[in-house]
Write a new protein. Sequence first.
Length: 217
Amino acid sequence: MANEVLASEEQARGWIGDVFAPTARQWERLDRFAAMLIEENGRQNLIAASTIPGLWVRHIADSAQLLALDPARDGLWVDLGSGPGLPGLVVAILSPRPMLLVESRRRRCEFLRGVAADLDLTQVEVAEAPLERVETRAAATISARAFAPLDRLIALSTRFSTESTRWLLPKGRNAVKELALLPQPWQRMFHVEQSRTDAESRILVGEGRIGAEQRGK
């Protein structure tokens, strides 16, 4: 299953088992999070209802693959526009790394805090504010799943990055097109990885920091 695109819930769970070897407690947490996500989706629109039958592929494994692209790093992981906790809560279940979930919508923040408390994810912090108002701190990893167009995403979040920060940015089928629109110094930060959950989707993986003064060079 090395490069195979995951096509079923069974394959998604099998891949997670092979890559992360979750403990029984981690499996329990993943199952509980999936159930809480579906339940809450009846109260607020967290994920498209059409994706619920394929939840483990479309959301759980889709989030976990970002951790698989950053396996040896430690330090703060900042998840921008975390929404329902994808990928942030999945990463927090599978890794002890400190996790900052940045989300501006109050009801979603309430859900994120509720899940973190229910699953005893003590390393998770929720920042309930637009990213522009979140206190700057150094991030070892920055992720963003459907947060903003790529150029705006980088411009807003570069203050959280260092020379060694890893960027993990799922950009769907427009990844290469969005990357090509960036200034050359930003383009050189990134390479493109195939998504494990969609044959046509790509993930932009980068490393480093670009200052605002480099934007036009």
